[in-house]
Design a protein around this ligand. Structure first.
Ligand SMILES: Nc1ncnc2c1ncn2[C@@H]1O[C@H](COP(=O)(O)OP(=O)(O)OP(=O)(O)O)[C@@H](O)[C@H]1O
Ligand SMILES: [Mg+2]
Length: 254
């Protein structure tokens, strides 16, 4: 929940999204009357079973699709209707790295900066700095095929941070990685979000991942309705976490 005085940077108010099905079948409701406010600086983990509407919500926040009814506001503006205004303000980390195979690591990181009117020298300096931060300075000029899956995912994280967007949207960015690499990158990601004062919405299937990085966990049930909305205290004990874990497990099984 948004605390009084905290500014919600992402606001969904009475949001529904229906998809028309072919063959005269009534339209399918993927999201129904959803209310969700994300205060500035929060790391929100969105959790829910497959098909519950997570990516649909994600796409509405990213301005890739409009709600059927209700209101989506990001930084006070409509991300779908005012898409151009969001250039450089929102960065997306997709599931899978989505790097361009014909560009080197550093050229991939430069991609978002090219849309932002930065000079060539500036773009290169920023991209190199982020590759260094993510431990890839020695691989800046390698092409994606020469990098491991974990390295490629780190390049895509560097690309998202390089544009210095206030808001990061992530759709299961670590789910294709092995457990150890996923855990290390997740910790690095959470640290970068906090130290750079970003707001992040993070979609995941994994209760452990949500508990590891979320300041707040929202569990959705089909059709995308909020089942649990839990904000953690700044300091949590293992018992607190275990209680939340059990509550989420019960909700997801039911
Ligand atoms: N463009 C579309 N046209 C018709 N139905 C759609 C469309 N996009 C999503 N849906 C339906 O809406 C529901 C929610 O889909 P969505 O992709 O948001 O789920 P999800 O929670 O992201 O699932 P997953 O965890 O598998 O990624 C699904 O039943 C899906 O079939
Ligand atoms: Mg999805």
């Amino acid at each position: 929940m948004t605390q009084p005085g905290e500014r919600a940077i992402i606001e969904l108010e009475g949001v529904s999204k229906a998809f028309a099905k072919s063959g005269g079948v009534p339209s399918f409701v993927a999201v129904e009357d959803l209310k969700l406010n994300v205060p500035e600086g929060q790391m929100l983990a969105l959790l829910g079973k497959t098909g519950c509407g997570k990516s649909t919500i994600f796409n509405m926040i990213a301005g890739l699709t409009a709600p059927t009814s209700g209101r989506v506001l990001v930084d006070g503006m409509d991300p779908f209707g005012q898409f151009d205004a969001f250039r450089g303000k929102m960065a997306i980390v997709f599931q899978g790295d989505r790097l361009l195979p014909w560009r080197t690591a550093v050229q991939n990181v430069e991609l978002g900066l090219e849309m932002l009117d930065r000079s060539v020298a500036e773009r290169r300096a920023i991209a190199m700095r982020w590759l260094e931060t993510l431990g890839l300075a020695g691989h800046a000029h390698d092409f994606p095929h020469a990098l491991s899956g974990g390295m490629r995912q780190r390049v895509s994280i560097a690309r998202a941070f390089a544009v210095d967007a206030k808001i990061l949207l992530c759709d299961e960015p670590f789910s294709a990685l092995d457990e150890m690499t996923g855990r290390a990158l997740r910790a690095e990601f959470a640290r970068l979000v906090k130290s750079n004062n970003k707001t992040a919405v993070f979609i995941t299937h994994s209760i452990d991942e949500a508990l590891a990085i979320g300041d707040r966990i929202v569990v959705l049930k089909r059709p995308a309705k909020v089942e649990i909305d839990h904000t953690f205290e700044p300091v949590q004990t293992e018992t607190d976490k275990e209680n939340v874990r059990n509550m989420i497990r019960t909700a997801l099984i039911a």
